[in-house]
Design a protein around this ligand. Structure first.
Ligand SMILES: CC(C)(COP(=O)(O)OP(=O)(O)OC[C@H]1O[C@@H](n2cnc3c(N)ncnc32)[C@H](O)[C@@H]1OP(=O)(O)O)[C@@H](O)C(=O)NCCC(=O)NCCS
Length: 197
């Protein structure tokens, strides 16, 4: 909370949180945030194999701004999860100084809402179950699936946006997003130049 001066008193003013579709102008701040949150190890993660050279799912790259400054990021990617068209969630990160204020929860909830609106049926991710359970992500839904690299299986989670969608999901998870073109702007949007875990 910040305080704005008034002739009569100091009036409390709530910081303004805005969640919106990411724009090209957000990319440098997004990359800085991801570097701070994950370090260079983010480029080595197994999920990166599903994102490398691909464009994120349309309309599902979101950013959170607080008072005009980028405070959080989330992106989703197209994958085939054992033959089932699905989304891969990640990375999601919030500026360290602004954590535990509900920004992560709002980014994820808004992303999942938009995913449902766009007709997506299922979402997978690699992350901490104690955090993602609150959104309905479960380990049980991904037991028949394999990722294209090493993963702590307890952190490989799934969520059905359409109940029952993952019932028959078996096999390897593979990238299937639109390939990023070689133009610099598309490469930035697709994450070719700097990829996040
Ligand atoms: C995970 C992250 C995005 C959550 O963002 P946030 O804005 O702090 O989240 P929220 O305010 O919605 O939720 C905060 C709550 O989640 C809990 N939480 C945060 N990360 C957690 C984790 N990894 N496991 C379990 N609980 C976690 C906090 O303790 C807090 O609990 P409380 O509400 O009981 O105080 C943020 O902590 C972050 O950027 N972390 C570093 C990057 C990262 O780990 N990303 C996730 C990759 S799997």
């Amino acid at each position: 909370m910040t305080y704005a001066f008034s002739p009569l008193s100091f009036v409390p003013r709530e910081s303004e949180l805005v969640i919106s579709q990411e724009r090209a102008s957000d990319v440098p701040a997004r990359e800085q945030l991801l570097d701070a949150a994950f370090g260079q190890a983010r480029f080595q993660k197994t999920c990166e194999r599903l994102r490398a050279g691909r464009v994120p799912a349309a309309g599902l790259s979101l950013v959170a701004h607080v008072d005009g400054e980028l405070a959080g990021t989330i992106r989703f990617w197209h994958v085939q999860a054992g033959g089932l068209p699905a989304l891969l969630l990640g990375p999601v990160a919030v500026n360290e100084a602004q954590r535990s204020l509900g920004i992560g929860r709002k980014l994820i909830a808004e992303g999942l809402f938009r995913a449902v609106q766009a007709g997506h049926k299922a979402v997978i991710l690699v992350g901490d179950a104690p955090y993602y359970n609150r959104f309905g992500f479960e380990r049980s839904l991904t037991r028949g699936l394999m990722l294209p690299g090493p993963v702590d299986e307890a952190r490989f989670l799934g969520l059905e946006l359409d109940p029952g969608a993952m019932a028959d999901a078996r096999g390897l998870v593979a990238a299937c997003g639109v390939r990023a073109s070689r133009s610099p702007s598309a490469a930035l949007e697709g994450g070719i130049l700097r990829r996040a875990a």
